[in-house]
Design a protein around this ligand. Structure first.
Ligand SMILES: Nc1nc2c(ncn2[C@@H]2O[C@H](COP(=O)(O)OP(=O)(O)O)[C@@H](O)[C@H]2O)c(=O)[nH]1
Ligand SMILES: [Mg+2]
Length: 643
């Protein structure tokens, strides 16, 4: 494979709303550069970038796909990304691997939601932006109106670098060409506007321009790159990925004007931890220490874990020893790969600007930094802001025994996708997978079923309502069993009270004089706990104030401490309350629970019944009596067989 120096490398991410034609455009570029013999189609599932079986059946991209091709002595690394909001995590991740974000706009649909968001995200990562208006061949397309809409939405810095001509059958260049015919506007005016915009970033050139009235294109190169870097210029070009109009011109723009790794803004590396972290930009010098950033992880069913990275500094060869983040143990690169969609090509080196991959390195994770010196252990890429996964499904295996495999597979998928999370709620005993939308999660479930032969049941997650005690109360229960054999007797007095929110659950043993023997106290606590199983508890305190205990002659007959305490029955006037997130609701009576809606009504009222009668200890004659009365029979040493 031919070697390219950093100056001859371009890195471009095709981003934009779904169905704007990014995958088809990638195909057209690959064909034009002779990297593939003929264009595939999204509908037939034959494109280089939508190679995954699910992408083929759904007929749109689900993951970022890394491609490369060589043209006119230049290597172009191209990343085709998905554009539907559910899969946008993959597109955001790709931004850290490139100098240029090529935002593809559908000429039929105009500016869409992801178009605008991608323009913003690319600006936040300080990328050079190129706007590609695709589908100019389609019916009812008004390219002039699209250009005006782009300028209205993203500013006057969006200037056409070419214009459709001959009824959108071709495009005419406006940067190198000072005049020509086009379908709308005027080439000369577009040329003048571009030059005016570019010279604005260089005062000396501006004076020369004012003097001479024209500047040679070679003199404009450096200020053109600066204007791109500063967001002072966002060139707009027109193409039809279907007919091929504008494809050669787009390649020309990338080769002649696209920023190489030394011309783009430096990557957003930082060194250090937390607030002490300082910016630490890499230098795209092949002779320096290696710094590469993993922007994508693929769990390939055949070759295992693949870490896809962009080299920002230094040269990686097969023999390079690399550290992963602050890991102590290096790994040897061995097979260095470049990707062409689902295919891998082995290469012998990667220089700053190259996008390459290594297989089977377990330590590699999404967003880690690979380097060859412990001095760089603390270098990280400034974190990307991914949308929060909000859409969740509670999942459970269809077949018993699949739990472990499902967990393994899901963890692999989460390693690939920063917008997937898995949570287990111990209180509800529920595992919830969250993603960016239903389609996103459905793609995960389909992949699990087709690729890993794992079937799962899904349902909407339950809301973990939290119950709490809202007022102080006391309760009492007497257990008496005299039928058959030894008699049993037990009595307990329990006080409950709220604690400040967040301070948890306290159990206080205030039994005096051993009226409940010590060895039964843990069982009493378990009994109290048992009343709250199935619902998360907010903060409250239980105090066992006093009790009486007795059982008959046969010491092995257990007194069920759970019944002693846990069965303390209150009534519906008891002080119960529920806390759901930030909203606290009182649910003292069945009527009020019903009035507050379904979620509340579903919560079993019994759970809150530990709270007992609001009668105070003083007003309870039995409570007073218990404090002084000794048990009839001394406690026998035994472990209660409760719970
Ligand atoms: N008429 C026309 N259709 C196109 C063009 N480019 C793509 N398409 C169609 O638009 C649809 C979406 O294309 P695709 O490449 O999957 O878009 P992506 O989601 O941005 O990758 C497909 O049916 C393509 O055949 C084009 O230049 N002209
Ligand atoms: Mg696509």
């Amino acid at each position: 494979m031919a070697h390219y120096s950093t100056e001859n490398i371009r890195t471009v991410a095709l981003v934009g709303h779904g169905a704007s034609g990014k995958t088809t455009l990638a195909e057209a570029l690959l064909v034009r550069a002779r990297a593939i013999p003929a264009p595939g189609s999204v509908e037939r599932g034959t494109t280089a970038s939508d190679f995954d079986p699910l992408e083929k059946s759904w007929q749109h991209s689900l993951r970022a796909s890394v491609l490369h091709f060589d043209i006119d002595g230049t290597r172009i690394h191209l990343i085709d990304t998905p554009g539907f909001p559910d899969f946008i995590g993959q597109a955001i991740g790709a931004l850290d691997a490139v100098e240029t974000a090529a935002v593809v706009v559908n000429a039929q649909a105009g500016i869409e939601m992801i178009t605008s968001r991608m323009m913003d995200w690319a600006a936040q990562r300080k990328l050079c932006r190129l706007i590609i208006v695709n589908k100019i061949d389609a019916e009812n397309v008004d390219a002039g109106a699209i250009l005006a809409a782009i300028q209205a939405a993203f500013g006057k810095e969006c200037l056409p670098i070419n214009l459709p001509a001959d009824g959108a059958k071709r495009v005419v260049d406006c940067f190198f060409n000072p005049a020509g015919e086009s379908d709308f506007s005027s080439v000369a005016a577009a040329h003048g506007a571009l030059v005016d915009q570019v010279v604005e970033v260089d005062e000396a050139l501006m004076s020369l321009y004012l003097e001479q009235g024209e500047i040679a294109p070679e003199q404009l190169h450096a200020p053109f790159e600066k204007a791109l870097r500063d967001g002072h210029l966002m060139p707009v070009c027109f193409v039809s990925a279907r007919t091929g109009a504008g494809i050669a011109e787009l390649l020309d723009i990338l080769v002649k004007l696209g920023p190489n790794p030394t011309e783009g803004n430096p990557p957003l590396f930082t060194k250090g931890e937390g607030s002490t972290a300082v910016e630490s930009p890499s230098v795209p010098d092949p002779k320096k220490h290696v710094l590469a950033h993993v922007f994508k992880v693929v769990m390939d069913p055949f070759i295992g874990k693949l870490g896809v990275f962009r080299v920002h500094q230094g040269t990686i060869t097969r023999d390079t020893q690399l550290f992963v983040g602050d890991g102590r143990k290096p790994f040897k690169v061995g097979h260095l790969l470049m990707l062409q969609g689902g295919k891998q090509v082995e290469v012998d080196r990667a220089v700053p600007g190259d996008i390459a991959a290594v297989a089977k390195v377990d330590e590699i994770e999404f967003d880690c930094v690979l380097h060859d010196s412990h001095d760089d252990d603390q270098i990280r890429m400034r974190p990307l802001e991914f949308p929060t996964p909000m859409h969740g499904f509670a999942i459970a295996p269809k077949k018993r025994g699949d739990e472990q495999r499902i967990s393994d597979v899901l963890h692999k998928m989460i390693a690939e996708d920063p917008t997937l999370t898995l949570e287990h709620d111990a209180n509800l005993n529920e595992t919830v997978l969250r993603g960016l939308g239903e389609l996103h999660l459905r793609s995960v479930f389909e992949r699990m079923s087709s690729q890993f032969k794992l079937e799962i049941d899904t349902r909407p997650p339950r809301i973990p309502y939290r119950e709490t005690v809202t007022a102080r109360a006391e309760g009492h229960h007497r257990h008496k069993k005299q039928t058959g054999g030894a008699g049993q007797f037990g009595e307990v007095f329990l006080r409950i009270e709220p604690l400040p929110r967040g301070s948890g659950f306290e159990f206080v043993d205030q039994v005096k004089g051993g009226t409940i023997p010590n060895q039964f106290i843990p069982a009493v606590q378990k009994g109290v706990d048992g009343r709250f199983v199935g619902s998360a508890r907010a903060s409250h305190r239980h105090q066992v104030a006093a009790g009486r205990y007795a059982h008959g002659q046969r010491p092995r007959t257990p007194v069920r401490a759970r019944r002693l305490c846990g069965a303390v029955e209150g009534d519906d006037r008891g002080p119960r309350g529920m806390v759901d997130g930030a909203i606290a609701l009182r649910s003292g009576t069945a009527e009020s629970a019903a009035a507050t809606g379904d979620g509340l009504r579903q919560t079993p009222a019994a759970r809150g019944r530990v709270a007992a009668r609001a009668a105070s200890r003083q007003s309870n004659p039995r409570a007073k009596r218990v404090g002084v009365k000794r048990p009839r029979v001394a406690a026998a040493a035994e472990t209660p067989r409760c719970l």
